[in-house]
Design a protein around this ligand. Structure first.
Ligand code: GAR
Length: 200
């Protein structure tokens, strides 16, 4: 059983999807800690309602690495194996990434390397992309860049705006993140260069 921590900043729907799957026994893991850098994040309240250990660690006004050191201290205290970023809207410092190499997962609402950064869904609509989707990947020291665990394609419809596309992608995010975390926790992946594939 892997010991998983979730980092979030907002709504927390991906966190809830992961929590549902873990509690149902679909993913061989337990959630040992939830951290939010926003006190008012609905996801933090959901974590408390579900009885998880849930911490608010403020990031505002702090240097990136100062905040990251506080979070890493808590992750180590909780003996965390795998960290899932679930709508955690902050860049991680190199320090943080090096403390958990190939053990931090992120979900991003586009088919990376297309549309990294903020408002990926709005970027896809504005670009005129016909397909977008979501990507679950390991976090490395560059933004939205690490090895890809899983992607899911979603069509962009003619009358989509960013919100409509976000809604369609989000449904796929929940499934993709669960399957990606299962693959990682069940140790079913091997890395070759930056390509991840199923262990044979
Ligand atoms: C999700 O769409 C996730 O892909 C996105 O934030 C949303 C969080 O929703 N993450 C990023 O854009 C990271 N660059 P949630 O709080 O309901 O899980």
């Amino acid at each position: 059983m892997k010991r998983v921590a979730i980092l979030l900043s907002g709504r927390g729907s991906n966190f809830l999807a992961l929590s549902d799957a873990i509690e149902a026994g679909v993913v061989p893991a337990e959630i040992v800690l939830v951290v939010s850098n926003k006190a008012e994040a609905p996801g933090l309240q959901h974590a408390r309602d579900r009885g998880y250990k849930a911490l608010f660690i403020p990031s505002k006004g702090k240097e990136r690495e100062v905040f990251d050191r506080e979070v890493v201290t808590e992750l180590k205290k909780a003996r965390v194996d795998v960290v899932c970023l679930a709508g955690f809207m902050r860049l991680l410092s190199s320090y943080f990434v090096r403390e958990f190499p190939m053990r931090i997962l992120n979900i991003h609402p586009s088919l990376l390397p297309a549309f990294p950064g903020l408002d990926a869904q709005g970027q896809a609509v504005a670009w005129g992309a016909k397909f977008s989707g979501c990507t679950v990947h390991f976090v490395d020291e560059e933004l939205d860049h690490g090895p890809i665990i899983l992607q899911q394609v979603v069509p962009v419809l003619d009358d989509d705006d960013g919100e409509a596309l976000s809604h369609r992608i989000l449904k796929e995010e929940h499934k993709a993140y669960v399957e990606a975390l299962r693959l990682v926790c069940a140790d079913e992946l091997q890395l070759e260069g930056r390509r991840l594939r199923r262990r044979s």
